[in-house]
Design a protein around this ligand. Structure first.
Ligand SMILES: *[C@@H]1O[C@H](CO)[C@@H](O)[C@H](O)[C@H]1NC(C)=O
Ligand SMILES: *[C@@H]1O[C@H](CO)[C@@H](O)[C@H](O)[C@H]1NC(C)=O
Ligand SMILES: *[C@@H]1O[C@H](CO)[C@@H](O)[C@H](O)[C@H]1NC(C)=O
Ligand SMILES: *[C@@H]1O[C@H](CO)[C@@H](O)[C@H](O)[C@H]1NC(C)=O
Ligand SMILES: *[C@@H]1O[C@H](CO)[C@@H](O)[C@H](O)[C@H]1NC(C)=O
Ligand SMILES: *[C@@H]1O[C@H](CO)[C@@H](O)[C@H](O)[C@H]1NC(C)=O
Ligand SMILES: *[C@@H]1O[C@H](CO)[C@@H](O)[C@H](O)[C@H]1NC(C)=O
Length: 371
């Protein structure tokens, strides 16, 4: 009896010790398998399967164009302030970052904030305050986009000062330093502008390269692979973007490759001309043609659409009658994760987690990266 008790006691001790080891070791992540959660998606934070991510970005906090402080709209405060606690229930190791700005925010507010020392300080101090008070592990700048070389220079000043401030703050408070990241373009319209490479390299923990939105009905009157990995004869591809970033001097292990959990639907001019670069008359199905992966799967099954995977370009598409949708499915996501791993990048991210369907794409990506 006593021996049995001792055995089970020892077993419990060992078990707890192993659990402790497991928690401590598995939390030390050397890669980034990330997703953005978009407040506008109305996908409940509590439904995120956070076991499939090392990092989750909470999007978006705003930049006040008068005070240059980072703010969270009152509609978002409850979800944002509980974001970290909520996603750590399923995965205590997941790290969270508060993302500031985004595609619909005003880029000129960022430009004027970055242009003066005092407004940069307002931004920096308020960003740190809000990250700490809400319990985030880091901050992500989504200024889309700096549009002149002067703005790029000012972005460099901002990144250097931001880095110095988070280092100081962690020293003074004895907390782990906040992570700093930024979402950056891979968009041929902008590639004549140079990001401030030294400041990006020294100031940020990594960059999220948005390798998507290459083709969409809003700016392309032909069908196209919205997030092509390769695009022979053009510079409009994820691979071109990653290669450019590496050539510019950013180490591969500071680059995170972004892919979309959504696609774009066009209206074909001729139902029989249904490959890439086929003439279209505009968006289909939604005002701007954008559809989440889950919506695309529903469209395919209810319309018996034909599915195609083009492994040269690394893009999926489907069509039914005159409706044509370019998107990423399991094949293209898997190929992109292999690519990111093969190039020794830090990892990948998806925009956005609420658009997945039954965690199909998130699971494919996570498993493909492996351990
Ligand atoms: C979350 O992902 C894990 C790992 O793939 C899986 O085992 C689990 O079933 C998923 N949970 C839900 C609710 O989908
Ligand atoms: C956020 O967390 C606080 C404190 O735990 C709680 O009182 C509040 O109800 C939560 N809000 C939401 C929307 O879950
Ligand atoms: C360092 O951080 C402390 C506490 O956050 C702050 O009061 C101080 O102004 C900071 N100093 C600099 C030089 O940023
Ligand atoms: C700082 O934090 C570490 C662990 O987080 C602790 O070991 C150390 O004693 C703390 N130092 C001070 C000065 O509080
Ligand atoms: C489609 O766009 C291209 C490039 O902007 C333009 O040259 C062409 O005329 C357009 N075609 C139609 C049918 O609008
Ligand atoms: C679905 O499409 C396939 C060819 O793409 C066709 O063979 C099949 O009959 C169609 N099924 C229905 C229910 O329309
Ligand atoms: C894939 O797309 C490229 C670019 O449009 C095209 O040249 C190629 O023929 C396609 N491959 C297949 C197998 O359809």
């Amino acid at each position: 009896m006593a021996a049995a008790k001792l055995r089970s006691f020892l077993f419990l001790i060992t078990f707890h010790f192993m659990l402790l080891l497991q928690v401590q070791f598995s939390c030390a992540q050397n890669n980034v398998r990330a997703g953005y959660w978009a407040a506008g998606s109305e996908f409940p934070v509590s439904s995120i399967n956070s076991t499939l991510f090392t990092h989750l970005f909470c999007a978006f906090a705003d930049l006040n164009s008068q005070t240059y402080q980072v703010t969270v709209s009152s509609a978002n405060q409850a979800q944002f302030s509980n974001f970290t606690k909520t996603v750590q229930q399923k995965n205590p190791c997941v790290r969270t970052l508060l993302s500031i700005g985004g595609g619909i925010s005003d880029p000129s507010a960022f430009a004027s904030m970055a242009s003066q020392p005092s407004s940069r300080k307002s931004f920096i101090d308020s960003s740190i305050r809000i990250a700490r008070s809400y319990g985030f592990h880091g901050l992500d700048l989504d200024w889309e986009y700096p549009s002149t070389q002067t703005q790029m220079t000012n972005l460099g000043l901002l990144l250097n000062e931001w880095r110095a401030a988070v280092i100081n703050e962690s020293t003074v408070t004895n907390n782990s330093r906040l992570l700093l990241t930024a979402a950056v373009f891979r968009n041929s319209d902008y590639y004549t502008l140079n990001y401030p490479i030294q400041a990006v390299k020294n100031g940020l923990d990594w960059i999220n390269v948005m390798a998507y939105d290459f083709y969409g009905p809003g700016w392309s009157n032909v069908t196209g692979p919205p997030a092509a990995l390769y695009n022979p004869g053009t510079q409009v591809s994820g691979d071109y973007g990653i290669t450019t970033w590496i050539q510019s001097g950013i180490p591969a292990n500071k680059i995170v490759f972004g892919f979309p959990f959504y696609g774009y639907a066009w209206r074909l001019v001729n139902a029989n001309n249904n490959g890439f670069f086929a003439p279209t008359s505009g968006a289909a199905l939604t005002p701007d043609g954008s559809l989440g992966y889950g919506q695309i799967l529903s469209y395919i099954s209810s319309n018996n659409a034909t599915k195609v995977y083009n492994s040269t370009v690394v893009s999926n598409y489907c069509y039914s009658g005159t409706t044509w949708i370019g998107y990423d499915d399991v094949q293209s996501i898997t190929a992109k994760v292999y690519y990111a791993k093969g190039k020794a990048l830090l990892g990948y991210f998806a925009w956005h987690v609420g658009a997945d369907s039954g965690w199909t794409l998130s699971q494919a990506a996570y498993k493909t990266w492996g351990s």
